[in-house]
Design a protein around this ligand. Structure first.
Ligand code: DAH
Length: 343
C-alpha cells in the first residue's frame, strides 16, 4: 500500500516537473504518460494487491495522476503553439518559392466589361437558374410544344424529382423570369452559363456563356434597339466599329435580326477572319414578341421592348483572337495568364 502510493507520488512529481521545451520532448512525454504503453498502466495491475478498504482511495489517486499528465500535456502544447515552437523550423537562407499571381479568366473579363458597358446606360444585372423548366426555357418564349424551333438548340434534359427539367440552352430564360417578377420599365442584362448537347470541337462546346439583354417600356422601338447595339459595339470594339442588322428568326422576337460588327481585324476591308466579307456575327436580337410579353404577364398593348443575346466566348474570340473554344475551359495556366484587364 505505502509502496504503490510512493510510486504514485513520484510519478506525479515527474509529471509536474519534467522538462518539456520542444515538440519532440512533448511527444516523449505523451508516449511515456499517455501512450498505449504508458508507465501508469502497471499501477492498475498493482491496484489488485491493495487491500479492499484502500482500493477506492488509491484508485482515485491513480486517476488524478492520469488527469494531471493529460493537463500538463495540453497546457504545454498550447504554450509551445503560442511561442511558435510547433511551426516548422524555417531556414531563412533558402531561396524563395515565388507564388504565381492569378489572372482573371478571359470569359470573366469580357462578361464584366459587357456588364459595365450596359450599366453605364442604366441596365441592371439579373440571374436565373441553370437547371430550368420547360416554361422558362421554351414555352413562355413562344416555342410551342413539338415546334421544330426547339430543335434549333440541342437540349440536355435532366430529371429533378418527378419533373423533367433541362439545362438551359440560352439565357433568354432569364428574361421571362425578370418579366414575371418585375413591372416595366425593365432594363436588365443577364449573364450566365448555358448548355447544348453538342460534340466538343474548336467551334462548338457543350457549355458556354451568354449575356441576355432586355428593355421593356412604353414606346420602345426598333430604332432604340439599333442605337443601343451600336453603342455597345463601339464601346466594346472601338469608336470605328459599325454594325449591320440582317433579318432572322427567333420564336421570341418579331421582327428578329442577327447583328454583325465590322471586322475587328481588317476594319471591314476583308481578311481571312471575316472570310473577306468585312463583317463578323456577334448577336441575335429583336422586338419582344407580344406572345412573350403576355406569357410573362405584361400587356403588349401598353408596353413594347427589345431583347438581344450574345455569346461571351464569341466576343472574347473577336477581342483576343482566340478561335478555339476548348481553350476557355481547359484551365491551362499558360493560356489563362495572358489576359490582363481592368475588368
Ligand atoms: N437565345 C438566342 C440563342 O441562344 C439568342 C437571342 C436571340 C437572344 C435573339 C435574344 C434575342 O434575346 O432577341 O441563340
Amino acid at each position: 500500500m505505502a509502496n504503490i502510493q510512493d510510486k504514485i507520488a513520484d510519478l506525479l512529481k515527474e509529471v509536474e516537473t519534467s522538462d518539456i521545451n520542444s515538440l519532440d520532448q512533448l511527444e516523449e512525454f505523451r508516449i511515456q504518460f499517455l501512450g498505449s504503453k504508458n508507465i501508469l498502466k502497471p499501477l492498475f495491475a498493482d491496484l489488485k494487491s491493495v487491500p479492499n478498504k484502500d482500493k477506492k482511495l488509491v484508485g482515485q489517486q491513480i486517476n488524478s495522476l492520469k488527469q494531471a499528465a493529460q493537463e500538463r500535456f495540453d497546457q504545454v502544447k498550447v504554450s509551445l503553439e503560442e511561442t511558435g515552437e510547433t511551426k516548422e523550423k524555417i531556414d531563412f537562407s533558402r531561396p524563395g518559392e515565388p507564388k504565381e499571381i492569378g489572372a482573371r479568366h478571359p470569359i470573366s473579363i469580357v462578361r464584366n466589361e459587357i456588364i459595365s458597358i450596359f450599366e453605364r446606360i442604366g441596365y441592371g444585372v439579373s440571374e436565373g437558374p441553370e437547371v430550368e423548366d420547360d416554361w422558362h426555357n421554351f414555352s413562355a418564349l413562344n416555342f410551342p410544344p413539338e415546334h421544330p424551333a426547339r430543335d434549333m438548340q440541342d437540349t440536355f434534359f435532366v430529371e429533378k424529382g418527378e419533373r423533367e427539367m433541362a439545362l438551359r440552352t440560352h439565357t433568354s430564360s432569364v428574361q421571362v423570369r425578370v418579366m414575371e417578377n418585375n413591372k416595366p420599365p425593365i432594363r436588365t442584362i443577364s449573364p450566365g452559363r448555358v448548355y447544348r448537347n453538342e460534340a466538343i470541337s474548336a467551334r462548338a462546346h457543350c457549355f458556354f456563356h451568354q449575356v441576355e439583354g432586355l428593355f421593356i417600356d412604353k414606346d420602345v422601338s426598333f430604332a432604340d434597339l439599333k442605337q443601343t447595339l451600336l453603342y455597345f459595339a463601339q464601346e466594346m470594339f472601338g469608336d470605328k466599329a459599325k454594325i449591320r442588322l440582317r433579318p432572322s428568326y427567333f420564336p421570341f422576337t418579331e421582327p428578329s435580326a442577327e447583328v454583325d460588327v465590322s471586322c475587328t481585324i481588317c476594319n471591314g476591308d476583308g481578311c481571312n477572319v471575316c472570310k473577306y466579307t468585312g463583317w463578323l456575327e456577334i448577336l441575335g436580337c429583336g422586338m419582344v414578341d407580344p406572345n412573350v410579353l403576355t406569357s410573362a404577364g405584361i400587356d403588349p398593348e401598353e408596353y413594347s421592348g427589345f431583347a438581344f443575346g450574345m455569346g461571351i466566348e464569341r466576343i472574347a474570340q473577336l477581342k483576343y483572337r482566340v478561335n478555339d473554344l476548348r481553350l476557355y475551359s481547359e484551365n491551362d495556366v499558360r493560356f489563362l495568364k495572358q489576359f490582363k484587364s481592368a475588368f
